[in-house]
Design a protein around this ligand. Structure first.
Ligand SMILES: Nc1ncnc2c1ncn2[C@@H]1O[C@H](COP(=O)(O)OP(=O)(O)OP(=O)(O)O)[C@@H](O)[C@H]1O
Ligand SMILES: [Mg+2]
Length: 445
């Protein structure tokens, strides 16, 4: 998890001095005396920064920079150059070096520059992570016993690096659970990367996860790093792991065992330090029986299973979640929403096959369409309120007659709900007061 730096310098005194200074700062520092050794280290380890002399026998600093940018685009390079060779240094800046330092240099100045650069890297990593999951750092709402049990389990697993398999029905909040684990772990300020295995065509998934080398396949005109490398030192969520093709499952198992990845078309494994979380709506044990999921990977992922309860299994949370969402959407619209007694009862009784996502979507729609801050039973969708169902039932086969029957029923029901208040009834029906009055006259109501 530590920052890793490589110092490349043929002059022993300079190399050792720099090495000692950086190590004293708490960074992990490796050394190489020439470009060739440096390159083989780069291919083995994941460096955040390389500090290299420009003038060296064999592969010089400039060539090293080219190779590093090719192989590991995220690694930054600072070059050291002798006085009078600033042209070389400027040339390297154009090629992507982060900075250069003139020899003889001041060690305090060097450390300051390194520190500043590493800060920028941290900010970059945070941006990647934020872009990936802007909406995910949300509280997990629910005081019910099943929810509390799950929250306890989450707080136990945050302190380890074990693989966690989160399973549950669609819309139960698996992604929120994964985000909670990451943001409560010691990796919280490192990248959090989510990959939806079901959304990426299977042919592209390997390169998406592990990256590829330039020329690995047609169209691979640049080296590209994958999500695992992006997530280095942080956490990756493999969402819908049940949809991962079997060939990739084999590779994933290796990654989990060896803690190293291989880019598509790459020749050298790359060490990574990534915590893996997986989620699935599928019953993986069943998938194993059907031969669609590898048994060895299944057991490797099962280290810590977390079952996310359905909303039906924690009905006590429905109103708490409702209050949370009404407040959230209310804030966005500048309205203080509340819920009538019969609307609460209806929500409480409804089974929510789509779980929390369904509840959330319903409340979002209702808060946009509701005519008043207090949400009434008839503002809720018909499958919850049960209202429209018996309104639309009619035996008439003639369209005009059927419309008339339905209109009459709707108007009667609206008038009943609003205790005869025509202005409110017209609002509920979505027509003008004048239109309502005309219809009431027509139907003799
Ligand atoms: N306990 C909770 N508290 C607050 N919001 C929740 C909770 N659980 C779920 N949600 C919300 O419900 C929606 C669905 O959650 P999420 O995307 O995590 O579900 P999922 O289990 O990953 O579903 P799927 O399997 O379909 O991907 C999100 O908008 C999320 O914010
Ligand atoms: Mg999901």
């Amino acid at each position: 998890m530590n920052t890793r730096i490589l110092v490349v310098e043929d002059e022993e005194i300079v190399r050792i001095t720099v090495l000692d200074r950086l190590k004293n700062h708490g960074w992990v520092v490796d050394q190489a005396t020439n470009g060739t050794d440096a390159l083989s280290l780069v291919k083995k380890n994941n460096y955040d920064l390389i500090i290299s002399d420009i003038r060296m026998p064999g592969i010089d600093g400039e060539k090293l920079l080219d190779e590093v940018k090719q192989f590991s685009p995220r690694t930054e390079v600072i070059l050291i150059t002798a006085h009078g060779n600033t042209d070389d240094a400027l040339n390297c800046l154009k090629k992507g070096a982060a900075d250069y330092i003139l020899k003889p240099f001041d060690l305090d100045d060097l450390t300051l520059r390194v520190e500043r650069l590493l800060n920028i890297l941290t900010i970059k990593a945070r941006c990647v992570s934020l872009e990936n999951c802007c909406d995910q750092r949300q509280p997990l709402i629910g005081s019910s016993a099943p929810m509390q049990r799950m929250l306890n389990l989450i707080s136990q697993v945050t302190q380890s690096d074990s693989t966690v398999l989160i399973h549950g029905e669609s819309g139960t909040g698996k992604e929120l659970v994964a985000a909670a684990i990451h943001y409560e772990s010691r990796r919280a300020d490192k990248p959090y990367i989510r990959v939806n295995c079901a959304a990426i065509p299977s042919g592209l998934l390997e390169s998406e996860l592990f990256g590829h080398e330039k020329g690995a396949f047609t169209g691979a005109d640049q080296t590209s790093i994958g999500k695992f490398e992006l997530a280095d030192q942080g956490t990756i969520l493999l969402d819908e792991i049940g949809d991962m093709p079997v060939v990739l499952q084999v590779k994933l198992l290796r990654v989990l065992q060896e803690q190293e990845i291989e880019r598509v078309g790459g020749k050298n494994p790359i060490k990574i330090d990534v915590r893996v979380l997986c989620s699935t709506t599928k019953n993986l044990a069943e998938e194993v029986r059907k031969g669609k999921f590898r048994e060895d990977l299944y057991y490797r992922l099962q280290v810590i299973p977390i079952a996310v309860p359905t909303l039906q299994e924690r009905k006590e949370d429905i109103l708490e979640l409702t209050a949370y969402f009404l407040e959230k959407f209310g804030k966005e619209r500048g309205v203080e929403f509340s819920l009538s007694g019969d609307a609460s009862q209806a929500l409480n009784k409804y089974p929510f096959p789509g779980n929390v996502r369904e509840l959330r979507n319903i409340l979002e729609r209702v808060t946009v369409l509701a005519p008043a801050p207090q949400i009434q039973l008839w503002n809720l969708p018909m499958e919850i309120s049960g209202i429209q169902n018996d309104l639309i039932e009619t035996k008439e086969s003639n369209l005009a007659a059927a419309v008339a029957v339905t209109e009459k029923k709707c108007i009667r029901s609206a008038l009943k709900k609003t205790s005869g208040n025509k202005t409110e009834a017209a609002e509920v029906l979505g027509i003008s007061r004048k239109n309502l009055w005309e219809k009431m006259k027509l139907y003799g109501l």
